[in-house]
Design a protein around this ligand. Structure first.
Ligand SMILES: CC(C)(COP(=O)(O)OP(=O)(O)OC[C@H]1O[C@@H](n2cnc3c(N)ncnc32)[C@H](O)[C@@H]1OP(=O)(O)O)[C@@H](O)C(=O)NCCC(=O)NCCS
Length: 185
């Protein structure tokens, strides 16, 4: 069974839903901002062409059902203020990886914790996954803190796993099991 579209997941201040082409202008504030992409293993968008090319790649990635590219929509403004995704879905092991990024103006308000709490819950219940993983640049204190806050365990350090902005970088692997999520306080 491929990853199915969860529809609109409603949280207190944000919603999480599949990306639409009409989200791309707002997402320039996410993937087009070097402060946001600093520790991410891809180039910062510099034009609407980059946004369109990314959207086509995400459509291709989602077609076989092994990825779900979602956006975080701020309910107050109805604007996409961030992205989150499930990818590298391995059906045989009921496992996938998560990725996420938020516009700089929306940092430190608990928005991504809210969005990922909903996404993780959806992955373990609706989508029946058993294990989630995240790869984080060790210099990315906010992201490592967010993973820990959500109950992920730091499982290891992979040396020079990425090339980020032209530079080889180590990567922390975080993991969370469904059994741990079910027991959270
Ligand atoms: C990582 C990121 C998504 C965090 O989003 P956010 O909405 O600001 O995070 P939240 O406000 O929900 O914070 C949740 C938890 O994360 C941790 N955290 C967030 N920012 C932090 C920071 N600057 N320093 C330390 N811990 C931080 C805290 O534990 C926090 O819990 P608390 O509020 O109870 O203290 C955001 O900083 C971002 O978009 N960074 C650039 C993109 C990126 O690096 N993505 C991850 C790639 S692996």
């Amino acid at each position: 069974v491929p990853l199915s579209d969860p529809g609109t997941i409603d949280c207190a201040r944000v919603q999480v839903r599949r990306v639409r082409e009409s989200d791309l202008p707002a997402l320039m504030d996410v993937s087009g901002d070097p402060r946001v992409t600093r520790f991410l293993p891809y180039e910062t968008w510099t034009s609407p062409n980059d946004a369109n090319a990314w959207y086509r790649r995400m459509e291709d990635l989602m077609a076989p059902g092994t990825a779900l590219q979602l956006v975080v929509v701020e309910k107050r403004s109805s604007l996409a203020i961030g992205t989150c995704l499930l990818f590298r879905f391995e059906e045989r092991s009921a496992r996938a990886e998560i990725g996420y990024a938020l516009a700089h103006s929306a940092w430190n308000k608990g928005y991504m914790r809210e969005a990922l709490t909903a996404l993780v819950d959806c992955a373990f219940t609706l989508l029946s996954l058993r294990r989630l993983e995240a790869e984080v640049d060790p210099r990315n204190i906010a992201s490592a803190g967010l993973m820990t806050r959500l109950g992920f365990t730091r499982e290891g350090l992979l040396r020079e796993r990425w090339i980020t902005k032209g530079e080889p970088t180590d990567v922390l692997v975080f993991g969370l099991l469904e059994t741990e999520w079910a027991k959270r306080g």
